[in-house]
Design a protein around this ligand. Structure first.
Ligand code: SAH
Length: 398
């Protein structure tokens, strides 16, 4: 296999050899391999300063992370058969974990496919590339997905904001299959949720919270539950299924609220659950004014800390939100609080919760740590793959 070589400077192979997959532009020996000689997304051999190849990857000369390693050694080309192999390895885990074909099949770096995300909704597959390298390999990926999963439809949901860091355009299109008007259904824990991979958030459904929602079965029977930032009702409807007496789902987006309402009806919870369109902060303040209380409050907001420099501001927002959440909890309440911001450390989230509890003269007990589900595996060498954190706490009078 003849590939252009990307040479690293002396010692800069250490991170890759210890398991990481990224090369930063200042680590490249640009005398030997000028980055400008590469096209965005071009496949290359990544080679150390003593000419020992590390593996095959792809380059983006315009990005701070200028190369990513896809395959160790030089035996495997980045072609359909390599993708078939990697998809099968990823599939073996998910088939072990889940009874039904609803899960994240590929979680980028953690599944050895940096820059690629694939979610599976039964016969419908929704994929996303976030790097120029994976974008260029789309045809091989597509052919491999067809071979491994034989999907009825394959959507490319290529509108993630991080694509702009690789100068990639935003688009959503149907790569394989025929369009149809029927809503996409995701099945979780015996419930059915209508979702929209094309217009919806992320790739349509937050599989990362599935295992965390399982905790509700011990917490909600006969209780009043408030599900803030509900999206399609993932948490709230699970609570209704586990016997909550009343569930209120709140989201700022009208399409989300309409979808929750349909999901409530579809699962037969119309007597117990409702969806409200409101800004979460305003809604919680209004509940506080009315002195209304819930037994369980779920706070699962969008990322408040999208970039590292937003941390100072974001941590205040998380703290404020948690304080508001506690103010609408009854005397012996359960607070479920999450952050999907990679840049928001777990310890800072917990500090904010504890400060809020003290400020309200209440006592917090941490019952469970939450993290992303096992279909979003964490790569121990790549901190960025661990993004979802959360806590289930009991909030008592002091
Ligand atoms: N809890 C959901 C995922 C939440 S995604 C689940 O388990 O699937 C974040 C949601 O918050 C989105 O649906 C978005 O519309 C909503 N949102 C964003 N800002 C908001 C705000 N200020 N008030 C209420 N909802 C908001």
């Amino acid at each position: 296999m003849q590939l252009p070589a990307l040479y690293l400077k002396r010692g800069e192979d250490a991170r890759l050899r210890s398991g990481h997959l990224w090369v930063f532009s200042n680590e490249v020996d640009v005398q030997r391999s000028p980055l400008a000689d590469f096209e965005p997304g071009e496949v290359c051999a990544i080679v150390d300063s003593r000419d020992k190849p590390i593996g095959v990857g792809y380059v983006n000369p315009n990005s701070l992370i200028c190369a990513r390693l896809v395959s160790r050694g030089l035996e495997h080309a980045l072609d359909k058969s390599l993708f078939v192999h990697k998809l099968n390895v990823a599939l073996a885990l998910r088939e072990r974990l889940y009874d039904e074909p609803y899960y994240r099949l590929v979680f980028g770096e953690s599944d050895g496919l940096p820059g690629l995300t694939v979610d599976r909704f039964g016969e419908v597959v929704v994929a996303q590339t976030t790097t120029a390298g994976m974008e260029r390999l789309k045809d091989s990926i597509s052919a491999a997905l067809v071979k491994v999963l034989k999907p009825r439809q394959l959507w490319w949901k290529n509108d993630a904001s991080i694509r702009s860091m690789e100068s990639l355009p935003d688009y959503v299109d149907l790569g394989i299959g025929d369009p149809d008007d029927s809503p996409l259904i995701v099945r979780e824990a015996g419930l059915e949720f209508e979702c929209d991979p094309v217009g919806g958030q992320k790739t349509g459904w937050f599989y990362d919270q599935r295992g965390n929602r399982d905790h509700l079965q011990h917490l909600v029977k006969g209780k009043r539950v408030l599900d803030m930032f509900s999206y399609l009702g993932g948490w709230g409807l699970r609570a209704a299924a586990y016997g909550a007496s009343e569930v209120v789902c709140v989201d700022a987006s009208q399409p989300a609220v309409d979808a929750i309402t349909r999901n409530i009806a579809r699962n037969g919870f119309a007597d117990r659950a409702k969806a409200v369109r409101a800004d979460a902060f305003d809604y919680l303040k209004a509940l506080r004014e009315k002195r209304e209380h819930f037994d369980v409050v779920i706070l699962d907001p969008p990322a408040f800390v999208k970039r590292k420099k937003d941390l100072a501001e974001g941590r205040v927002a998380y703290r404020r939100l948690n304080e508001l959440g506690m103010q609408v909890l009854g005397r012996d309440g359960i607070l479920i609080t999450c952050s999907c911001s990679y840049h928001m450390p777990r310890s800072i989230l917990l500090d904010g919760v504890q400060q809020a509890a003290r400020h309200l003269d209440r006592q917090a007990q941490l019952l469970w740590h939450l993290q992303q589900g096992a279909d979003h595996p964490i790569h121990p060498a790549i901190a960025e793959t661990e993004y979802l954190k959360g806590f289930i706490l009991r909030i008592l009078p002091a």
